[in-house]
Structure formats: C-alpha cells, structure tokens
Design a protein around this ligand. Sequence first.
Ligand code: UDP
Length: 327
Amino acid sequence: MTTILVTGGAGYIGSHACKALKAAGYTPVTYDNLVTGWRDAVKFGPFEQGDLLDRARLDQVFATHKPAAVMHFAALSQVGEAMAEPGRYWRNNVEGSLTLIEAAVAAGCLDFVFSSTCATYGEHDNVVLDENTPQAPLNAYGASKRAIEDILRDFEAAHGLRHVIFRYFNVAGADPEAEVGEHHRPETHLVPLMLEAIDGQRDALTVFGTDYDTPDGTCIRDYVHVCDLVDAHVLGLGWLEQDKGSRVFNLGTGSGFSVREVIDHSRSVTNRDVPYVVGPRRGGDCTKLVSGSVRAEQELGWTPARSNLSTMIEDAWRWHRTGHYES
Ligand code: UDP
C-alpha cells in the first residue's frame, strides 16, 4: 500500500483526510506535535509525534516510512491569534513548512499536497475569487500561507517538487460516522461555537459585527463540508500520480452564507434556539469570501456532495453530541 505522510493528521481536517486516505487504499502516517491536535483522532494509520521545525525528526520519519507523497495540514490557523502573535505564525507556518519541504526533497519525496486558504486573497469588493485573483492577505495567517505557496513554486523550479495547492474556503461539518470531528481548544470557529451555545455549554454566541456591507450586515463565507474537502485531496494525489503537473484549486461551493443565515439553519436543523449577542467586528475578518471557481469540479472531477449548510450542521451536531476526544 502506498504511504502518505500527513502532517497535522491529529487535527480537524488532517484526521478526516487520514480516514479518506485509508478508505482509498493508502496508508496515512500522521506527523503531529499534538499542540492543537488530539492523539485520539489518529485512528487510521501509524502515528509519529514530532514538530515541523524538527528537521532531524522529520528525516527519521521519512527514512522509516518512505512516503510517496506529503499532505501538509499542520499549521496554526486562527486569524485572531495571527493578528496578536504574527511571529508565531511566521515561524511555525513558514519556517516549519520550509523545514518539511526541505526534508521531503532530501528524501526524494517529490509529490506534495498543501492546504492553503482563501485568506490569501484578502478583501476584494464584489469580485469573484478564482485562482487567478491577486493575493493580498489581510493577516499573518493568510500571509504565511501565501509565502508557503511561493516556497513550493521555487522548490518546483529548483528541485522538481510537484505540488497541488488547495485554497480552502470555510470548512465545517464532521465525519457522518462521528469517528472524527472538529475539536479545538479554545474553539474559535462559528459552527462549533454555535452548537456549544445551543447546547448550553456557553452562554451565547457572539456575532462579530452586523455593520458589514452585506444584505443583513454580517460577514459572508462559503462553507465546505470537511469530507468533501478531504475527498479533493485524495483526487489531488491522483492528479500528481498521473503526472498532471502542479496546480492551484479553490475548494468552495460558490454559495455564500451570512453569519445570520448560518444561525437560522442551525435553529432549523437542531430545533433549538440559538442564543447569541451582537459584538464588535473581529480584526482581520473580510466582508465576503466566496469561491468563484469550478476548476476543482471540472479538472479534478470533484463533487462537493455534502456541502450544503443543513448537512454540514447536521453532521457537526451529531459529532457534537456523540463524539469527543479525551487526549
Ligand atoms: N464568527 C462570529 N462569531 C464567532 C466566530 C465567528 O460571528 O464566535 C464569524 C466570523 O466573523 C466570520 C464567520 O463567522 O465571519 C466564520 O468565522 P470562522 O472563525 O468560523 O472562520 P474564518 O472565516 O475566520 O476562517
């Protein structure tokens, strides 16, 4: 079986990727420092604890497992934190990824799938965001991801590192079998915070700003189901295996929903009230981030079948009620 090194395999998206990889016949080896990930989320293949900045440990893991490709999810990924602590973001995300990329090249592992973000685009008023939209990130998180994209291009030119870059829009939902799910400490994402408020685990959700230039004043995002998102990664591996060349793909559905619309859907899916209060804007948030691209559908044959709000919230709600990690 072909082995894939999955950095961040103990995290939200990485753990779902490991499940999808195993189902597709690969052996996913998780490499994770467990700073934000969960040992309990590593269920689908071997686990190697280590940090992206630890080159010796990376060399050892490449030598032991001889992966055919890397799927690189490990990153700090919170906009608020990135605004407050940009140094941590540059060091962990950029220096960490550079260390990983150098280790991969040294080991002769030249297929690389990278999780980037729509936060690399920044604010573009009423412009459809496709893969050719100029990147002008508003925060250190988006900037760090854009820098890694540049590193991948340079390493392709110099060392033949073939790569697929996925720019995610807003990832939500959970494994419908609730084997893995979203679990951040502290939680900062809209859907899980809302479910905690619905369930009485927090007093209320705070809506970050109702004075944006959108129909209801709240920010608009393009939500993608985590299972659809990781399916695209498996297709991306196939793309590299078929030697189709390096490529960037947006992963979004093209439909935007406001924070208020997400609240309304959650009310109808859970049949419960959503306690919320209105607060000020959160620094670094863009008004609207919606993908205007069908490249992944047309070229990769990707079908985001579960990416409607009701299914995403239903799956997240199931995980919220039945799944959890102890450590
Ligand atoms: N949001 C909110 N309250 C929260 C968390 C998020 O109003 O407690 C809003 C946030 O301003 C953004 C959207 O929900 O417009 C999605 O935010 P999230 O942090 O989930 O993802 P991001 O867009 O930062 O990747």
